[in-house]
Design a protein around this ligand. Structure first.
Ligand code: ARG
Length: 381
């Protein structure tokens, strides 16, 4: 008989049958060889293996958890910035599961990560589920910072279309949008604890550092009123370490310029700003061969890099990031480690062939520890 309260609740509908991936304890614990070069104590290994076999949270020490976090970053196939994996600071908050306390910890995480512009990489690990398939605390936001996407007349959206469904949910839960909504209104946090019930946490004024976007040469650019937040803190992925899934485990690096300049502000399904910028530049949009899109992209990316530098907020350009990735790959090879990488994620979304990663074949394979996508929490529960 399971001791998990989730399975004992008489009134709750039967839980969906947990899909517990067949985990191989040996593979799950292999990362500990790096933590203990002289070898892990056999007794300790046996204890951890037993926890994994019983689908219980592995009782890692904070030091082991730190290394699991760093190696998860090093393993993550979509990340171009992995050269810096050793700099990750891991906050062991496995004892925290209540939404209030999680929100408080998230405010700290953001402040520490922003670090007055000298962005530092952090991972905060909250409590895992008490048993396989049981409810774990969750952060419902995709990232700790994000701009609302308000549905307007017809198909129009004011703000970030990627966040329209989340904005709907926040409003449904009682979030009061500003009196005068703009395209850059920061979203509140939605957090659930062990009961799965989403709770709303509006952000305190001044918590999120933002950067107004202007252009080094075109003075009209500033009047477009574009801005972006300083640090991307991914909040919806699950961190797998030693067979345990941490569903609330926000982590951050720093931005590469193209993430904002090409994708967030440029994609047609996001802020879709290329036509507007091309018009300001006086380009002919009737024919694609005028390369109006490419020229608009270039100026937008230039503006983003320039603005973050001017604001003193750390950001890497895609050429530097590409060189750093190659250095990372070579360093890993010198340690006898092949790297798992996805070419379609690593190659930057502009001037791809001018970067070395474009000319580098890559392959992806399963790794552990790692960060994974997970289904969005369901509402209402
Ligand atoms: N691409 C996402 C964004 O634009 C952020 C993903 C993580 N990026 C990073 N540099 N760590 O917000």
């Amino acid at each position: 008989m399971s001791q998990c309260p989730f399975h004992r609740q008489p009134s709750a509908p039967p839980p969906p049958k947990p899909v517990v991936a067949a985990v191989d304890p040996t593979a799950e614990l292999a990362f500990l060889d790096e933590v203990y070069p002289a070898g892990i104590e056999p007794e300790r290994r046996t204890r951890l293996e037993a926890a994994i076999a019983a689908h219980q949270a592995a009782p890692l020490t904070s030091k082991e958890l730190t290394w699991a976090g760093r190696i998860a970053w090093r393993n993550h196939s979509r990340c171009i910035g992995r050269l810096h994996w050793r700099s990750l600071i891991v906050r062991d908050h496995r004892g925290i599961e209540a939404p209030d306390a999680i929100a408080e910890s998230l405010r700290e995480h953001l402040t520490l990560a922003q670090n007055d512009g000298t962005v530092s990489s952090y991972l905060t690990v909250f409590a895992p589920a008490e048993c396989a398939g049981g409810p774990a605390p969750r952060i419902w936001n995709a990232q700790l910072c994000g701009y609302a996407g308000y549905r307007g007349p017809g198909e129009t959206i004011l703000g970030d279309p990627a966040n329209a469904p989340f904005t709907d949910l926040a409003l449904q839960l009682g979030w009061q949008r500003p009196k005068h909504p703009t395209a850059f209104d920061l979203l509140p946090w939605i957090i659930s604890g062990r009961d799965g019930q989403p709770q709303l946490f509006p952000l305190p004024q001044g918590l999120v550092r933002e950067v107004p976007i202007h252009h080094p040469e075109y003075s009209w650019f500033e009047a477009l009123g574009l801005r972006w937040y300083a640090v991307p803190v991914i909040a919806n992925m699950r961190f797998r370490a030693a067979g345990t899934d941490y569903e609330a485990s926000p982590f951050n690096g720093w931005y590469m310029g193209t993430e904002i300049g090409s994708r967030n502000l440029g994609d047609t399904h996001r802020y879709n700003l290329l036509p507007l910028i091309a018009d300001r530049l006086g380009l002919d949009r009737r024919r694609s061969r005028t390369l109006w899109q490419d020229r608009a992209l270039l100026e937008l990316n230039q503006a983003v890099l320039h603005s973050y530098a001017a604001a003193g907020v750390k950001m890497v350009d895609h050429h530097t990031a590409s060189e750093e990735f190659i250095k990372f790959r070579d360093r890993e090879a010198s340690h006898g480690r092949a790297i798992s990488a996805r070419w379609d994620w690593i190659v930057p979304p502009m001037s791809a062939s001018a970067t070395r990663v474009f000319h580098t074949p890559m392959s992806e394979f399963a790794t552990t520890p790692d960060f994974h996508y997970q289904p969005a929490p369901a509402y209402p529960r």
